[in-house]
Ligand binder design. Sequence first.
Ligand code: HEC
Ligand code: HEC
Ligand code: HEC
Ligand code: HEC
Ligand code: HEC
Ligand code: HEC
Ligand code: HEC
Ligand code: HEC
Ligand code: HEC
Ligand code: HEC
Length: 327
Amino acid sequence: MGVQRRNPGIVLLVGLPLLLVAAVVALGGQPRGHTPVPGNNRDQKGYTRPTDPSLYVGSETCKTCHADMPSKDFFQHFEDSPHFVTTLDTKKGPAWQGCEGCHGPGKAHVDGGGDKTKIFTFKGASAQEISARCLDCHAGGVQHMNAINSVHLKNDVSCISCHSPHHAKESEFLLVKPQPELCFTCHLQQKAQFDMPFHHRVNEGLVQCSDCHNVHGTVGPKQVRTSSTQDAICFKCHTDKQGPFVFEHQPVKTDGCQSCHLTHGGPNPHMLKLSNVNLLCLQCHTTSSFSGAPGAPSFHNQASFFQSCVLCHNAIHGSNFDATFFK
Ligand code: HEC
Ligand code: HEC
Ligand code: HEC
Ligand code: HEC
Ligand code: HEC
Ligand code: HEC
Ligand code: HEC
Ligand code: HEC
Ligand code: HEC
Ligand code: HEC
């Protein structure tokens, strides 16, 4: 993909219009029917804002027609939204301000009496096109600095699948729906996990998906955040498990919490991966295991109370007092 665009021979053969279509297709978007609009730049690198100030009219001009169009108080709603502040910031020029900060230059649209083919509309735009416009202003923050790795973006889930500048249902973060419903519209498997008897209380509002995930992209896999010390996110809340301990239980540090726990929810108490603690421990603590873990001593008769390992080895996440985690 993209090779065609760089081949001058093909450029000469097919000409510019086809090339534009090829570029859109290469970006994974749908080619759209309407004529090119100033500022409708479909380059993957981003949206290049036309700098000529005479192409812009300013939000007050938009207001003359859009005060109540397409819906009542449309403009008022914008004035009450966080993006209104862009109209006040004149430093970078009109390309970065108000309505035209997102929709691009509006003069042609206005001169055409509201010709809708002469303004960028987000309808049918590809996820990459949309995100490029938004990230022009938002790429700077820590939340968005890994946008390039966004699994959502790579799967054509764009900013406006979750946010709506004009029609947000949640005033905070302009979300189209509150969490976790927002996420569950697409992630049904995870919904089932949080419905299990033992779960992080996400449905109850105690913990949010975004406490553990950065849906805008992360360096690590599965869009999982890290703690402020670049450690497992789990330590952000479960600080008592972090240590350092005089006697570390190796898997807590090396394999991570997920070697024993499910992270969303499951059928077993404490969200353990297996219903019987002994089976969980004996995955590693058998003489035949390759985990480097010592086998449980032979006096550990599995027919008896030695089954409930954590009855005795109860400081299972690490201990400052006892090498076998008795306390
Ligand atoms: C932060 C970027 C942004 C700004 C600023 C913005 N828009 Fe939009 N606009 C959008 C997006 C995204 C959509 C697609 C619908 C949605 O997600 O809310 C849209 C949709 C629209 C629509 C189509 C109808 C609709 O309700 O969906 C109109 C008309 C419109 N915008 C006009 C304006 C006007 C006028 C202004 C200034 C008062 C403005 N926009 C400011 C991003 C923006
Ligand atoms: C002279 C009146 C007028 C002005 C001024 C005006 N618009 Fe519009 N705009 C319209 C009309 C009329 C439509 C609806 C066109 C239709 O649905 O056929 C429209 C539609 C739109 C749409 C939606 C296009 C679509 O495909 O649904 C956007 C986005 C938009 N305007 C943005 C702006 C912005 C941004 C400004 C200011 C730069 C602006 N308009 C100024 C009259 C105007
Ligand atoms: C899968 C849903 C989803 C997608 C896609 C998404 N966001 Fe978000 N966004 C959220 C949620 C949820 C929050 C609030 C929780 C948080 O901060 O993580 C948020 C927060 C934000 C915030 C405010 C917090 C901050 O510090 O930045 C901005 C700005 C933002 N998103 C912009 C964007 C932009 C720009 C895109 C597209 C490149 C985008 N989002 C894509 C769900 C999403
Ligand atoms: C011209 C610059 C600019 C563009 C383009 C832009 N934004 Fe923003 N956005 C801002 C500013 C400024 C704020 C207010 C920041 C603040 O309050 O700290 C903001 C705030 C937000 C917030 C946070 C709202 C909150 O409650 O904290 C979200 C979400 C957001 N924008 C999403 C988007 C999306 C989605 C797009 C693309 C459709 C977009 N923005 C395009 C400048 C921009
Ligand atoms: C519009 C649909 C949609 C919404 C809404 C949505 N997602 Fe996604 N999400 C996807 C798609 C598509 C993928 C990529 C395919 C996959 O892994 O399922 C994805 C991937 C992910 C991944 C990475 C999975 C991996 O294998 O790397 C995480 C984590 C995630 N989403 C969390 C969230 C959270 C948290 C929310 C709510 C704030 C959310 N998503 C909202 C569609 C969505
Ligand atoms: C307590 C932290 C935490 C919370 C809260 C959380 N997740 Fe996750 N999630 C993780 C971790 C860690 C992973 C990595 C895989 C694993 O360990 O299960 C993950 C994996 C995922 C995946 C990829 C699944 C796969 O099998 O590849 C998706 C999608 C996802 N989470 C969505 C969500 C959604 C949606 C929510 C909210 C409803 C949510 N998560 C809440 C920690 C969390
Ligand atoms: C945002 C804070 C937060 C983060 C991050 C977090 N947790 Fe939790 N966790 C909680 C809270 C709060 C509870 C208690 C829930 C309750 O009482 O219902 C809990 C409960 C648990 C439990 C069950 C405890 C019990 O007694 O049943 C386990 C296991 C657990 N978390 C593991 C993890 C793992 C593994 C991670 C990292 C993937 C993680 N947590 C990340 C807040 C968090
Ligand atoms: C070697 C397996 C193992 C690993 C790795 C592990 N846990 Fe546990 N965890 C357990 C067992 C077993 C229990 C149940 C203890 C009991 O019943 O007394 C437990 C209980 C818990 C509880 C509830 C009781 C308590 O002590 O607060 C939380 C919370 C918890 N674990 C969080 C974590 C976190 C966070 C991590 C990663 C830092 C982690 N666990 C790693 C085995 C493990
Ligand atoms: C993912 C593999 C794994 C799981 C599951 C696991 N362990 Fe371990 N365990 C280890 C490793 C590796 C060591 C470190 C061995 C060493 O330091 O030589 C260890 C060390 C120990 C020690 C200290 C041994 C010594 O002599 O220093 C005890 C006791 C122990 N584990 C008990 C348990 C119990 C009880 C469970 C179940 C709740 C459990 N382990 C689950 C891998 C595991
Ligand atoms: C009734 C208490 C009790 C129960 C229950 C128990 N253990 Fe132990 N465990 C001990 C004692 C006592 C030792 C020896 C401690 C020492 O040598 O200082 C020990 C030692 C160990 C060691 C260290 C072996 C070594 O070579 O260093 C491992 C591993 C271990 N147990 C795993 C388990 C596992 C796995 C279970 C559950 C299947 C379990 N224990 C259940 C009391 C118990």
